[in-house]
Write a protein that binds this ligand. Sequence first.
Ligand SMILES: *[C@@H]1O[C@H](CO)[C@@H](O)[C@H](O)[C@H]1NC(C)=O
Ligand SMILES: *[C@@H]1O[C@H](CO)[C@@H](O)[C@H](O)[C@H]1NC(C)=O
Ligand SMILES: *[C@@H]1O[C@H](CO)[C@@H](O)[C@H](O)[C@H]1NC(C)=O
Ligand SMILES: *[C@@H]1O[C@H](CO)[C@@H](O)[C@H](O)[C@H]1NC(C)=O
Ligand SMILES: *[C@@H]1O[C@H](CO)[C@@H](O)[C@H](O)[C@H]1NC(C)=O
Ligand SMILES: *[C@@H]1O[C@H](CO)[C@@H](O)[C@H](O)[C@H]1NC(C)=O
Ligand SMILES: *[C@@H]1O[C@H](CO)[C@@H](O)[C@H](O)[C@H]1NC(C)=O
Ligand SMILES: *[C@@H]1O[C@H](CO)[C@@H](O)[C@H](O)[C@H]1NC(C)=O
Length: 600
Amino acid sequence: MAVHPFRHYFLSLLQVLPVMLWYLPLLFSTGIPSTFAAQLQPSHQPNLYFNPILPGWHPDPSCIQNRGLFFCVTSTFQAFPGLPVYISANLIEWKLASHAWNRDSQLPGLSWNTTGQANGMYAPTIRYRNGVYYVIVAYVRGDSRLGLLFKTTDPFDNASWEVPISIDLKDIDPDLFWDDDGKAYVATAGVSLQELDLESGSLGEAIPIWNGTGGAWPEGPHLYKKDGWYYLLIAEGGTSEKHSITIARAKTIQGPYTSNPSNPILTNRGTDEYFQSVGHGDLFQDAAGNWWGFCLAIRSGPAYAFMPMGREAVLFNATWSEEGWPVLQPVRGRMAGNSLPSSPLTVLGNGPAVDGNDRITFRDGVPVPPHFIHHRVPPPGTFVATKNGLYIQARRANLTGDQMSSDVELTGQHGLSFIGRRQSHTLFRFAVDLALRLRTDGQEAGISIFRSQNEHIDLSIIRRLNQTSNSSCGDLLFRLSGISPSTTIEERLVSVPKAWKNQPIRFEVEAYNASDYTFSVSQLDNARARIVIGKISSGAVSGRGGIGFFLGSMVGAFATCNGRGSGNKCKEGSEVFIQRWVYEGIGQEIANGEVIPTKD
Ligand SMILES: *[C@@H]1O[C@H](CO)[C@@H](O)[C@H](O)[C@H]1NC(C)=O
Ligand SMILES: *[C@@H]1O[C@H](CO)[C@@H](O)[C@H](O)[C@H]1NC(C)=O
Ligand SMILES: *[C@@H]1O[C@H](CO)[C@@H](O)[C@H](O)[C@H]1NC(C)=O
Ligand SMILES: *[C@@H]1O[C@H](CO)[C@@H](O)[C@H](O)[C@H]1NC(C)=O
Ligand SMILES: *[C@@H]1O[C@H](CO)[C@@H](O)[C@H](O)[C@H]1NC(C)=O
Ligand SMILES: *[C@@H]1O[C@H](CO)[C@@H](O)[C@H](O)[C@H]1NC(C)=O
Ligand SMILES: *[C@@H]1O[C@H](CO)[C@@H](O)[C@H](O)[C@H]1NC(C)=O
Ligand SMILES: *[C@@H]1O[C@H](CO)[C@@H](O)[C@H](O)[C@H]1NC(C)=O
């Protein structure tokens, strides 16, 4: 295993400090480096970097550069908060700045009114114009799609993202493009083009502009103008093994568009590359004028067997041919020969790094970190920072929910008592210390690797009546269980040792290779006794054989009473507190069998 070479490519703090100090007042005065780009001359060095750049579940990336900073947004489906905006100054280190969708009042009730597991925020586009950042997206609900246009003048502050304007979209994957005359256009899957009134959200007549080159699902369009040409970049072939990027161009925005003879310009289909499903991208320039692109890929190899992280975002560079077509660098784990922008702005923002670790002691009343997400909007009061830890209010709906029930408190539609973060490393360790008291039959709390309500692996402690002994107070059991469309997960039950009762317990999952999760529990207060409960294949949460292919896995904690109680309340409440939460990346697989150890 080679040692991770990232540190050689970054300026040391000493080099950066003088520039930072000069720059500091600007940062605090505006939150956005409005005048900085003029001062900064990005130096370019031939660099090596490793994909994925936004590891973990980050499909359909759309990215821009403004004043030397790069901004990306990705699809989030039912996850809330949704539409994360990541910011970078060097294209390699990315921090979460805000979520465009960060409060229920932006779209009251919409999340709770969405049933499909893979519904929600699909394929956004981020653009900047005249001081305003725009994120346009289709919110998919069953067969309907609600267009939403989010705006902010400060992408570092999620509260400043406005209530989105609704748009009656013709199809999914809206793009946003301004022509030289200032008119705004939306292109959608298909591909068709419509003029957009940015104030009212009303659309003009739809003009079909390109069918693509014949691949399934011509979608994910993005328009650019360069040297008098309108370029239309799209995704084709479906988001699985035939995925690709193609491009066409025209002299007028309505077309006719001519396909690039070299299409597809980016794909890994028909190869045995570790990065598969390469497609659905966006192009942008850095401050020095070099072209780059982001797209999605799946780390699976052609077998598509172990891919718990789903579709991740990868970076490639672009050059232009003499005929005026972009040439895109093939997507691999190891990307060499690029000239990365180097910038002292790497320290910008105090949000968590996209590939960062968590070492959080909630015992001190620490609030929920901004990169923590849920499946649907959780009801108010579900997670409360207290001095005893992060309180989790148990819900009657368990992680699967009774999806056939007419009682929405049992389906999970009103939000689950689940709090998680993305699995963002092939190899990792995740441990949660829970202080809990389970009072009645059915109460349960623990950790989960969660992709959807139909696809998750859980390690918990449950109070359950033992039918054999018929003891009315119930037994405390460790339980490893789950549900998957592709893999049978046999429930494993282990009695909780007497000495462990009423003590905080550590629930832990470790991935020491790409295919196996090892689940264990330990007793914290007494000699760290540890019991390995079992191993389960990551193939169980890989989106195979179900509607989970678009999704990706989160690791997190949950509490439920498995239907007992009434309304949204569990019988006798619950006492579940997260005291400590540790997520540590160990390594990234970047090619078949090649793992890059993660630096701390
Ligand atoms: C929820 O869905 C129902 C039926 O589709 C619709 O009538 C209602 O307006 C929706 N409410 C919200 C907040 O979207
Ligand atoms: C797309 O294909 C349809 C059906 O073949 C055809 O009628 C239409 O003209 C095509 N659209 C464009 C923009 O090429
Ligand atoms: C990547 O960028 C470098 C210089 O910035 C260039 O020389 C190289 O050809 C590019 N690679 C591809 C495949 O476009
Ligand atoms: C929103 O931003 C505030 C600070 O600006 C932060 O405390 C909060 O955690 C953020 N929430 C999300 C969902 O990003
Ligand atoms: C249920 O109780 C019986 C008798 O006490 C015991 O043998 C058995 O192991 C218990 N089952 C579980 C799953 O704990
Ligand atoms: C369990 O206990 C209940 C009453 O508490 C009794 O009605 C039932 O028959 C018992 N079941 C068994 C299997 O002993
Ligand atoms: C992971 O390790 C297990 C043994 O612990 C082995 O059976 C399995 O094949 C390994 N998986 C991969 C993808 O190397
Ligand atoms: C989840 O809760 C439902 C009741 O809402 C229950 O029928 C089901 O058995 C529970 N699932 C598990 C795995 O406990």
